[in-house]
Design a protein around this ligand. Structure first.
Ligand code: AMP
Length: 327
């Protein structure tokens, strides 16, 4: 009796395996399902074979269990290898024929690019390329680029187009950009956008999505001046909206710097040298005069999505995710 039931199940799993394996494509879940189904199918088949070969013997549940397990492991190994091969082939085909997904995060300082970017990174598995972070690293390392950029960055001005275009041109050739990348803080001038488009066009590529975060200027000063960052992870805190657990205030209600620590590592938080009210005035002026005209370049291509960034982080995230999938 049990053999007939087992055979039925084995054959059903087997059918599911062959239809799933032809459509699984790049879906890892499908691969895991197929491997499991095949394992069970293989195990049951193996067990029924074992039982058939000793018709006259009593049923030995331990032997059947061991045979089922052994068959399951063999089946799982073989089908996982098969599916891995298919996945690799699909991945190669994808990177050979499909254009890279190139997303641009657009918005004034403090509009949420740095907060929402990591969520897109998690969702799509593409790297976030922040020219601001790369320049700050160059300044910290004292490289020739860093030495040139330091003063202009601290005052809230823009680093020269040549420097940032060079940085991005190099960065997007890295292996982690093979499926695409997320630009954060670049381009910031029309000339940078033109150079970017030229670079991409030379490879038959173009910007796939521009996510433009909008927040009134009046809100940005409070966001920027209360911002504290954890350098290692990029985690962002705010004295009012998202304080670290360790924060203590002095008698004037201002945070005591020594108490500003990262929630996860306990390491010290830092404030950016340009996150001051004075520098922000210059940064916003530069944004409105030099950066916003870039949107006119991409709007006619139908790739611009406007995100109302003047809401809670979760609401903004929900819109960001919607914007990713409907593109
Ligand atoms: P961010 O972290 O994006 O706010 O950038 C910090 C600073 O780095 C800016 O205020 C500029 O001085 C400089 N910077 C970053 N990206 C660019 C860019 N694309 N063009 C010119 N300057 C930039």
């Amino acid at each position: 009796m049990w053999q007939q039931g087992a055979r039925r199940i084995a054959s059903r799993f087997g059918q599911r395996f062959s239809s799933a394996s032809s459509t699984a494509g790049s879906n890892r879940h499908a691969a895991a399902t197929v491997a499991t189904a095949s394992a069970v199918s293989g195990g049951l088949w193996f067990a029924t074979r074992q039982q058939d070969s000793k018709v006259a013997c009593d049923v030995d549940p331990v032997a059947i269990g061991a045979a089922t397990l052994g068959g399951a492991l063999l089946g799982a190994g073989a089908s996982w290898k098969l599916m891995s091969g298919k996945l690799e082939a699909e991945k190669d085909r994808h990177s050979k024929y499909w254009p890279r997904k190139i997303i641009m995060l657009f918005g004034a300082p403090g509009t949420g690019k740095g907060t929402q970017g990591p969520k897109i990174v998690d969702e799509l598995g593409l790297p976030q390329l922040s020219t601001g972070d790369m320049l700050r690293d160059a300044v910290a390392a004292g490289t020739p680029v860093g030495k040139k950029a330091k003063a202009v960055m601290e005052s809230g001005g823009l680093v020269s187009d040549d420097i940032v275009i060079g940085i991005i041109a190099d960065r997007i050739t890295n292996a982690d950009c093979s499926e695409g990348f997320i630009l954060d803080g670049f381009p910031r001038t029309v000339q940078q956008a033109e150079e970017l488009d030229k670079m991409l066009a030379a490879k038959g590529e173009c910007v796939s999505l521009v996510m433009a975060f909008e927040v009134p200027d009046a809100v940005l000063e409070e966001r920027i001046c209360g911002r504290w960052l954890h350098k290692g992870s990029g985690r962002s805190y705010h004295v009012k909206f998202a304080p670290p657990k360790s924060m203590k205030l002095d008698s004037d209600g201002k945070p005591v710097p020594a108490t500003m620590k990262d929630d996860e590592t306990g390491e010290a938080l830092m404030q950016r040298a340009d996150d001051t009210a004075e520098a922000l005035v210059k940064r916003l002026k530069g944004y409105h005069s030099q950066t916003t005209p870039i949107l006119d370049r991409y709007r006619p291509k139908g790739v611009v999505k406007i995100i109302d960034g003047n809401r809670g982080i979760k609401e903004v995230s929900a819109d960001v995710m919607k914007g990713l999938s409907s593109n």
